[in-house]
Design a protein around this ligand. Structure first.
Ligand SMILES: Cc1cc2nc3c(=O)[nH]c(=O)nc-3n(C[C@H](O)[C@H](O)[C@H](O)COP(=O)(O)O)c2cc1C
Length: 178
């Protein structure tokens, strides 16, 4: 498959469909990014090289785990991602979790994905202030910020539209090609 050379790719993995739904809502806000693609349909993550920028979404299912926190197809490709050479391309991650039921591990998988893309040489963008959220702990917090967009379709779904709209505007500044 050939992509627009200035394209931004959106990828997601999901177990119950919420991360896909959010990826599609984000795509509608961004317009110029590629149609979101399920990581389960990706044979080789080297296709990420085709893009100028990437936006990647992951839920958290493996509560409290240090590694393979997502519990989705991302877990199996993290090492492969680290071996890519993304040469400073901008990458933003978003995570879905539940700040009510999993308040000590809110969106933990987002930071794992973030770190493997960083190892691939990506320029990580899309950091978000944590003050807008109610939770106890998250591995995805660095200082006062989440290392991407944390979303909660279980306990704070009424906030998702605003969070997505703000993040879409932020990414338009931080990610050339959008
Ligand atoms: C068994 C189970 C474990 C979960 N563990 C976490 C967790 O550790 N941290 C978190 O923030 N959310 C956790 N969640 C919430 C999911 O991440 C959340 O429902 C997410 O939206 C699911 O996304 P998906 O439909 O794309 O798979 C868990 C949910 C279940 C049912």
């Amino acid at each position: 498959m050939l992509y627009d050379p200035m394209a931004v790719g959106i990828y997601f993995a999901t177990t119950t469909g919420k991360t896909q739904d959010v990826a599609e809502r984000l795509h509608a806000l961004l317009g110029s990014a590629n149609t979101p693609k399920d990581l389960a349909d990706v044979a080789d993550v080297s296709e990420f090289n085709e893009f100028d920028g990437l936006i990647c979404g992951t839920p958290t299912w493996n509560t409290g785990a240090d590694t393979e926190r997502s519990g989705t197809a991302w877990d199996a490709v993290l090492e492969d991602i680290a071996e890519l050479d993304l040469g400073g391309k901008p990458v933003a991650v978003f995570g879905l979790g539940d700040s009510g039921s999993y308040t000590d591990n809110f969106c933990d998988a987002m930071e794992e994905l973030h770190n493997f893309f960083k190892q691939a040489g990506a320029t990580m963008v899309g950091y978000v202030d944590k003050s807008d959220y109610t939770f106890e702990e998250s591995k995805s917090v660095v200082g006062d910020q989440f290392c991407g967009l944390a979303l909660d379709e279980d306990s704070e779904s009424d906030m998702t539209d605003d969070r997505l709209a703000r993040w879409a505007e932020q990414l338009k500044h931080e990610m050339p090609g959008l």
